[in-house]
Design a binder for this molecule. Structure first.
Ligand code: B12
Length: 262
């Protein structure tokens, strides 16, 4: 089993299902959770690229590669297919992002990293620049971590957040610039100003960029992220297969319009 998990992602660990069963996120994917789930195998997929990829960028780092969902799903699916052969009597289901699993919390309990005040999982090797994904199974596996652990509380993310969205390790979604860039509809004058001042038209990296635990974050070894990188979006940039496609064309085009109007 270790070989299969090692091939899937450079960091993984096990969180007992009972540790997160009271914190499940309500979503449609919840119905896919196996009955009698016992373990959650959490994976971290690093996505940080070399500086040159971000030099002229006007979007957040996570959205520079192609949409991570299919890339992560393909790795998780391949692991699940092998695990189903190895353990025919057990059930395995995979999820990422659109998941009932509170991924940051589960990854922390699995021992993959610590929880930052910015609410993100920070790993020792890749910092917080990782995507999370998981396999939920009926197989009983030993926990690889234990307690929830917290970052060093330097407060830099709180101070740097342009919307003052970070308070006591909780994010006020409505004030989070990442959320503002992704929400549908008309933006207020203040919201438009925040986007323009940040220079980032999709997502936000400010709370991660100022984090001292990200200073030595290693670059990804997942080539698909590098090969598909597009750092700058313009009005004629195709959106298919990109992170900014999921809210529909209007939202990213609205944000690009703000920069082009200047
Ligand atoms: C909704 C959502 C958002 C929303 C709201 C974010 C939020 N923090 O609430 C918005 C759109 C704003 C957002 C933005 C981003 N997101 Co987002 N998001 C999610 C999603 C789908 C659900 C989050 C959620 O509701 N969690 C559940 C509730 C229960 O969490 P919570 O109440 O906030 O509890 C947290 C803290 O209170 C803390 N906590 C709770 N109890 C305790 C106890 C102790 C002792 C401690 C220490 C901590 C602690 O831990 C919890 C986990 O963070 C997850 C995927 C998932 N299924 O988990 C991705 C996810 C968290 N997002 C991710 C990413 C990459 C981002 C962005 C960086 C993208 C970008 N560059 O713009 C930003 C970061 C903004 C930020 N600082 O959070 C990644 C994070 C990877 C990582 N390293 O942690 C995830 C895991 C998706 C993925 N599969 O990779 N996101």
């Amino acid at each position: 089993m270790k070989n299969i998990l090692d091939e899937t992602a450079p960091l993984w660990g096990v969180c007992p299902f009972c540790e997160i069963k009271d914190n499940l996120i309500d979503c449609r994917a919840k119905s896919r959770l196996p009955l009698n789930s016992r373990s959650v195998i959490m994976f971290a997929f690093p996505y940080l690229l070399e500086d040159e990829y971000y030099k002229d960028s006007n979007i957040s780092k996570y959205s520079v590669p192609a949409d991570y969902h299919p890339i992560v799903f393909s790795r998780l699916n391949s692991a699940v297919e092998k695990l189903r052969i190895q353990y025919p009597d057990e059930e395995f289901e995979f999820f990422a992002d659109n998941s009932p699993i509170p991924e940051v919390r589960a990854a922390c309990i699995a021992g993959i990293g610590t929880i930052g005040k910015n609410s993100l999982l920070i790993t020792e090797k890749f910092g917080s620049f990782v995507f999370l994904g998981e396999i939920v199974t009926t197989l009983a596996l030993a926990s690889s971590g234990g307690e929830l652990t917290e970052c060093i509380h330097c407060g830099r993310c709180e101070k740097a957040c342009p919307g003052n969205a970070i308070r006591d390790g909780k994010i006020d979604r409505e004030k989070c610039l990442s959320h503002i860039t992704q929400k549908k509809g008309e933006l207020s004058g203040e919201e438009k100003k925040m986007i323009l001042e940040s220079g980032c038209l999709w997502g936000c990296d400010i709370c991660q960029n100022v984090c001292p635990l990200n200073k030595k974050a290693q670059k990804t070894d997942i080539d698909e992220f590098r090969e598909t990188a597009v750092g700058r979006v313009r009005s004629d940039t195709p959106i298919e297969g990109r992170a900014y496609a999921w809210r529909g064309e209007k939202v990213i085009r609205r944000n690009i319009g703000l920069q082009e109007e200047e």
